[in-house]
Design a binder for this molecule. Structure first.
Ligand code: OXD
Ligand code: MN
Length: 590
């Protein structure tokens, strides 16, 4: 045992009595212990050791074919009152859910070892950090949690001997039966139960389950925010850094933006971009009244396909050592890995993500699963921020929302004020692309990119955002919306994207510093087209003008869609947001 905390010990005893493992191993986080677990996982086939010269400390893992992604239809928020889970979550009465799952956990670890993983979300000792304990029967989970969190004995130091403020996570692979798969949150009990999956987002309980679903609920009660946001810093040639956080729905390029490489027009002047986080931000007012953010995670759980030296050099570099790859293709020629979009040279002698022989030159099947992943330590990232481990976090000047919109949203606009910014975030949406099943071009609302991750009623979540704005007053970050995905009449993207997105971020930074002008439109403040720096790009000011157009007819349609969406929240929709919608309609009618 690594702690004298009675609350921890009693709960672990209780779960051991339920799951009945043959052994219980407390994870202290030492290299010695981790190496022994790596060896054991390799011996059992759970992991394959990759080429240790080319990819030192790297391993490959394959999940079952039925277990390759988060399962939103089997994810539950079990608040005591159904109304507190809200219309956007699946709900079940906690008593009923415990009664249903307890027999499934009863004896589930017979013949297995239970690992007790203490971990900290956030730097150890940070006033913004929180402790979790995950019990699991998977070595893969232990080794991934080692990368994604600050794991081991030191995590208990934050908790002390008497505190009960830790999140209780219980995970068992059980039989990896998709029919009996449950990812369940009991926010009022600080508890997460996950069973019958062995895929990252369902089993690395510190990430989406704790750092977003449980933490969003804690944040509402404790006066802070847990958001699905990247955090980056832009350093100017004078060495001043402006920090920005940004929320986009899954698969809109958060990791790419978080690690962007400045285009030459900025790098030659000495500008730098620093990554603090690529997925989650915890934000709390600091002593000076500004909003400070930490990245609660310690690594990146990134999507592999599409990651290459051009799309995201820094992410690719991050995966060159001490990384676990899941469901990518295995290149047998040199015992390395490959995925679609890595390069134009797929291996001929390989094993695909299903474990079958695969010839990348001839096969029409994919070598890597589209949601195959790398779990890479943040310290590997060449542009990781020097403030990454700062326990106080970094002060946020701007918050950005965005989505994938072909026509409606302009390249960038600024909200009139905080409350209008909350309105903008709450109406965030993406249009479906051909990449996903179902109709193309359908608008999916994903408020603040939190739709699958908000652990309580989303109407109350909007109210919490409004309250935070009141608390922060004139120290509140400015709120912006961006859209990198405007298309021309042939459906081609107009804006170059990737590193060139920095050109838009620079207008945002200038607005925060009071150094840029803006034009007032019906939807918010826009840049003057000349104020977006296009030096070195083969687009003209007219193209930028086109990217900034606001089509009032489309926006009137948009307002109708928002009415419909807001209707879901009933009387828990803050009045202020209805007022904001009415004000938008008035401006559009002018
Ligand atoms: C993720 C997601 O895996 O948002 O980060 O789906
Ligand atoms: Mn995410």
């Amino acid at each position: 045992m690594l702690t004298n905390n009675k609350n921890v010990i009693n709960w672990v005893d209780e779960m051991v009595a339920l799951c009945k493992p043959d052994n219980v191993v407390w994870i202290d986080g030492s290299e010695e212990q981790l190496n022994a677990l790596r060896e054991q996982a390799v011996a059992s086939g759970e992991l394959e050791a990759l080429n240790q010269e080319k990819l030192p400390g790297c391993y490959l893992h394959r999940t079952l074919q039925n277990d390759v992604a988060r399962v939103e239809d089997r994810t539950f928020i079990c608040s005591r009152d159904e109304k507190d889970a809200g219309p956007t979550n699946h709900w079940c009465d906690p008593k009923e859910m415990y009664a249903k799952l307890t027999p499934m956990y009863d004896g589930v670890m017979k013949g297995r070892t239970m690992y007790v993983i203490p971990y900290s979300m956030g730097p150890i000792g940070s006033p913004l950090a929180k402790v979790g304990v995950e019990l699991t029967d998977s070595i893969y989970v232990v080794l991934n949690m080692d990368i994604m969190t600050r794991m081991g004995k030191a995590a208990f130091e934050n908790l002390g001997e008497t505190s009960n403020d830790f999140v209780r996570g219980l995970h068992s692979k059980a039989d990896i039966d998709p029919e009996k798969r449950y990812i369940v949150h009991f926010p009022e009990d600080n508890t997460i139960w996950s069973i019958n999956s062995a895929y990252g987002g369902n089993v690395l309980l510190g990430k989406k389950c704790f750092a977003l679903r449980i933490a969003s609920y804690q944040g509402k009660n404790e006066g802070w925010m847990a958001e699905h946001m990247l955090i980056l810093g832009i350093e100017n040639p004078q060495g001043e850094v402006t920090y920005i956080s940004a929320a986009f729905p899954s698969a809109c390029g958060k990791t790419n933006l978080a690690m962007l490489i400045p285009p030459e027009v900025y790098s030659k002047q000495g500008y730098k971009v620093w990554c603090v986080g690529d997925d989650i931000a915890w934000l709390k007012p600091g002593k000076d009244g500004r909003l400070y953010a930490i990245n609660p995670e310690n690594g990146f759980f990134g999507v592999a396909p599409g990651t290459n030296a051009k799309s995201n050099f820094n992410a690719l570099e991050s995966t060159k050592k001490n990384t676990i790859f899941t469901n990518v293709a295995h290149n047998l020629d040199d015992n390395t890995v490959w995925w679609e979009g890595l390069d134009k040279n797929p291996p001929e002698n390989a094993i695909d993500w299903l474990g079958k022989p695969w010839n990348g030159k001839e096969s029409t099947e994919k070598g890597a699963h589209p949601n195959s992943r790398f779990t890479a330590p943040a310290i590997n990232c060449p542009c990781i921020s020097p403030e990454f481990n700062n326990p106080e976090g970094v002060p946020i000047s701007a918050m950005i929302f965005g989505g994938r919109r072909a026509k409606t949203a302009p390249l960038v606009y600024q909200s009139f004020d905080w409350n209008h910014g909350v309105f903008v975030g709450s109406t965030m949406a993406s249009e479906t692309t051909a990449a996903a099943a179902g109709a193309v071009g359908v608008v999916r609302r994903d408020p603040m990119a939190m739709l699958p991750f908000c652990g309580y009623h989303m109407g109350d979540y909007f109210a919490h955002w409004l309250e935070m704005g009141e608390k922060l007053g004139d120290k509140a970050p400015k709120i912006f919306n961006v859209n990198w995905f405007r298309t021309d009449d042939e459906g081609h993207f107009i804006w170059p994207g990737f590193g060139d997105n920095m050109r838009v971020l620079m207008w945002i930074v200038d607005r925060c510093k009071g150094n840029a002008e803006a034009v007032e439109t019906a939807i918010g403040y826009e840049p003057k087209a000349e104020d977006i720096n296009i030096e070195g790009l083969d687009i003209t000011v007219d193209t930028v003008k086109e990217l900034l157009t606001v089509d009032k007819e489309l926006w009137k349609e948009e307002a109708k869609g928002i009415h419909e969406f807001y209707g879901k929240f009933g009387d828990r929709l803050p009045e202020e947001l209805s007022r904001q919608l009415a004000a938008l309609e008035e401006r559009l009618a002018k």
